[in-house]
Design a protein. Structure first.
Length: 216
């Protein structure tokens, strides 16, 4: 047999990246289909449209995740980022004046931001993005979680257990990895939804104030 031909990869052999891509897509499909199956009845009217677009967003998320250069480990089988978890939630170290100074300087539409949630003795941090800035009113509107003062305080009844944080490495690691604390003790990380995973791919770890432009 020709040695050069014997060393060529067969069509069924895949690279490590291709295998990771397949694992990511499978994990995301399972996660998103489960999430859609749990939608309340009033949201089912939009189900057909969501199902029609799910393949596009899952493929984009999987591709962007594999291209992301971060100091986090990727668990492709669970479509999750991994990093050792801090003993206590890092959000507790932030002060209102630090948060306010950051957003007065850097707040703009498209900025990816961390939001701290404390509910039933459980703490965690989620990612969102700013879609409106009211400089005169010293407040910003986050796409999914609503209005916050630039100092971090919630401004709506339906987000009263949430606080806007200043992006920082420890904060963003906790958000990307789904770290959670129950009664101030580490507990099982949560799985990020597809929207949050897409946001993790746009983080600029050298300068959180300048997120990476969205890939299309």
């Amino acid at each position: 047999m020709d040695k050069s031909r014997s060393q060529q990869p067969h069509f069924w052999q895949v690279s490590e990246d291709n295998q990771s891509y397949t694992e990511l897509c499978n994990a995301l499909y399972e996660r998103e289909l489960l999430r859609l199956s749990e939608l309340p009845a009033e949201q089912l009217v939009n189900l057909a449209g969501r199902l029609a677009s799910i393949t596009f967003y899952i493929r984009r998320a999987a591709s962007n995740i594999l291209q992301q250069q971060v100091q986090l480990q990727l668990d492709s089988q669970n479509a999750s980022w991994y990093n050792p978890q801090a003993k206590h939630c890092p959000a507790r170290k932030q002060k209102a004046d630090q948060i306010d100074a950051f957003y007065q300087k850097y707040a703009k539409p498209g900025l990816i931001v961390p939001i701290y949630i404390m509910q039933s003795n459980q703490e965690y941090i989620v990612l969102d993005s700013i879609d409106e800035v009211d400089a005169a009113g010293l407040k910003v509107h986050c796409n999914h979680h609503g209005w916050f003062a630039m100092s971090g305080m919630p401004l709506q009844a339906d987000n009263s257990v949430k606080y806007l944080l200043k992006p920082a490495k420890a904060i963003m690691i906790a958000a990307c990895c789904g770290h959670q604390w129950l009664k101030q003790e580490k507990t099982t990380p949560r799985l990020l939804n597809l929207r949050e995973l897409l946001l993790t791919c746009r983080l600029n770890w050298r300068n959180f104030a300048k997120p990476i432009l969205e890939k299309v």
